[in-house]
Design a protein around this ligand. Structure first.
Ligand code: FAD
Length: 406
């Protein structure tokens, strides 16, 4: 096991502020706070720097001194960038949503909005990025970049960032966005806030205010990147609103070339395997019918599927039923699943935990079917049906089928 150099732990108790109340002693899970000769001290051989004691101390006597690493000349950084993720030559829908938010941020900062597009024979996509709000498209069109590979994508974006010094870079919280931005943030020695639900500019100092759920979705955390640049954030699909297409919008396409060394990769793309477990893509569906633990067993998911089929909708699920293997993960809605925003969301046998709501509460109309009238889902739904799903769903499906046939 790695031993941390104990004398360098940046935690201390300010003696003048400490009232010896002892609350911190009880709060420490590793009993690292002890009384010694009438004062409290931290045993740095035990302390794990978990930080629990810091907010517990009402006198503010315990501090963790974070090492400030300041990027030289923050003022040299300007412009907002959106990573224009593409798959098989088509820009992903989340990119257009990010351009909508990016446009708003760039206008507040009075700077340019650029889309950075990496791929092969993808020039046609650049035009649409401009029509959707981008001032500039930085285009790198190389066969090595046709499909996402972590190494060349990270190296190219790093080089571009060092050259142009963007103030903010945004990407979708997709599998690719998550993989790429973690690497990029580390290689640029800057911060990254994943899965933001809101982004804004601080009126006082123009910093990016990044909001995201924390502690299992129970609180919303506001995160800033005060000392380093660029400020990097990822946002899930369907969280931000895209702008409508403006065909008369004009912008600039800047083509860049990179050496074979930068484009090289130790891994190679073999094949794209599509997840065929979903007939209708969850995040794109206008109508979603979701099932939860109230269904009782995997076989009963056919009730959910039948109702979804009536609307040509998609099937969603809560996490426990995914964890129990009733349905694949690609159907999971919520904080650790997909964020959806359909016109109609029907929740069947789902209690409505904060983690589930985090993924579907922006749906236009929410209908809940649950036998417990106190279930939290009823607090946020537009229409609630209290009752046994086995009595409600089959006749509802039958009636809707008949009605839609007419
Ligand atoms: C870090 C973290 C991340 C998480 N991420 C997610 C996530 O992404 N998505 C997610 O969904 N959860 C997530 N969870 C889990 C979450 O906390 C809940 O446990 C989960 O959402 C509950 O699922 P459920 O509503 O299906 O089950 P339950 O909470 O067990 O609710 C079942 C509901 O069905 C009703 N019911 C039972 N029988 C019937 C019947 N015959 N007719 C009608 N109603 C009936 C019950 O009244 C109850 O309200 C996460 C948890 C953590 C800690």
């Amino acid at each position: 096991m790695n031993q941390k150099p104990t004398n360098s732990l940046p935690i201390r108790i300010i003696e003048e502020k400490c009232t010896l109340c002892g609350i911190c002693i009880d709060s420490c899970p590793v009993t690292a706070i002890i009384e010694e000769d009438g004062i409290l001290v931290i045993d740095k051989t035990l302390c794990t720097l978990c930080g629990i004691c810091v907010p517990i101390c009402t006198e503010g006597a315990i501090i963790i001194e974070s090492e400030k690493k300041i990027t030289s000349k923050l003022e040299e950084y300007k412009d907002v960038w959106v990573f224009a993720e593409q798959k098989r030559g088509k820009v992903e829908p989340v990119v257009y949503e990010l351009l909508g938010k990016g446009r708003e941020l760039a206008d507040k900062l009075n700077c340019n909005l650029s889309a950075v597009l990496l791929g092969f024979t993808i020039e046609e996509e650049a035009e649409k990025l401009i029509q959707k709000g981008s001032d500039t498209v930085i285009l790198i069109d190389e066969p090595e970049l046709a499909n996402y590979l972590p190494e060349p994508y990270t190296k190219v974006l790093k080089e571009l960032s060092l050259e142009y010094k963007p103030e903010i870079i945004l990407a979708g919280s997709t599998t690719i966005g998550r993989s790429l931005f973690g690497r990029l943030a580390v290689s640029l020695s800057t911060g990254l806030t994943a899965d933001c639900t809101e982004l804004d500019i601080d009126k006082e100092d123009n910093k990016l205010i990044q909001t995201r759920p924390a502690f299992g979705g129970n609180i919303m955390a506001t995160i800033i990147t005060p000392n380093t640049r660029p400020q990097m954030a990822t946002v899930r699909h369907k969280v931000m609103k895209e702008l409508s297409l403006n065909k008369s919008r004009r912008g600039k396409v800047v083509r860049k070339n990179f050496s074979r060394e930068i484009l090289s990769s130790s891994t190679k793309f073999i094949e794209f395997v599509e997840d065929l477990s979903q007939q209708v893509k969850l995040t794109e569906a206008d109508i979603i019918v979701s099932g939860g633990r109230g269904l009782g067993c995997p076989e009963n998911f056919k009730l959910v599927q039948s109702l979804a089929d009536v609307f040509c909708g998609a099937v969603g699920a809560s996490r426990p039923v995914v964890d129990d293997g009733w349905i694949p993960f690609s159907h999971q809605v919520g904080q650790t699943g997909k964020t959806v925003s359909p016109k109609l969301y029907i929740a069947i046998g789902i209690s409505g935990s904060v983690q589930h709501l985090a993924g579907m509460q922006s749906s236009e109309i929410i209908v809940a079917i649950n036998k417990d009238s106190d279930a939290p889902i009823f607090k946020i739904c537009d229409y609630g049906i209290v009752g046994d799903l086995f009595d409600i769903v089959p006749p509802l499906t039958k009636k809707l089928k008949e009605a839609l046939k007419k």
